[in-house]
Design a protein around this ligand. Structure first.
Ligand SMILES: [Zn+2]
Length: 162
């Protein structure tokens, strides 16, 4: 397996930190689908963005979390439907969060931005995050037979955690 390559944009060359580079290296290891791809990394003042056409993610070194990196890399997978076949990830921000959380514990360092996990969970994310992850993994299983898997998940989050 070839080593993943990050191509930093000129702006990011000037802004990137050692911390950002090591977090990216750790994160990409959780994405075997991207091992052969060159991923471009640019800068944003916001939390994160992804440009699927250009295989590019944009990060903010000052607002960095594994969750944000994982979320943006998952967007790249959403754009690789043909290559991924039956493992393709559905479009949308909530789906992106569900697949990011399910992928690895690494991406649980902060709560998701789009999946509604409920107020109680947000108040003590560390206490609940493993349970949220296991429900996300179950939701992905459910989706094979139930298209309403997001409703199932948000329902399960409310009833099992509140
Ligand atoms: Zn997103």
């Amino acid at each position: 397996m070839s080593r993943p390559t990050f191509i930093y944009t000129r702006t990011m060359q000037a802004k990137k930190t050692k911390r950002l580079e090591s977090m990216l290296e750790a994160s990409i290891k959780q994405f075997p689908e991207l091992q052969a791809e060159a991923v471009s990394v640019g800068y944003t003042k916001r939390y994160g963005e992804a440009d699927v056409q250009r295989q590019l993610i944009r990060l903010n070194p000052r607002k960095l979390s594994y969750y944000v990196i994982g979320h943006e890399l998952t967007h790249l997978l959403q754009g690789m439907k043909e290559a991924l076949g039956e493992h393709a990830i559905p479009n949308g921000e909530i789906a992106c969060d569900i697949w990011t959380i399910a992928r690895s514990e690494l991406f649980l360092d902060e709560p998701p931005g789009y999946l509604d996990v409920g107020r109680r969970v947000l108040l003590d994310w560390k206490l609940h995050r493993d349970r949220v992850r296991s429900l996300c993994i179950q939701a992905i299983e459910k989706r094979k037979t139930h298209r309403t898997y997001i409703r199932w998940l948000t329902n399960a989050l409310c009833t099992s955690l509140d």
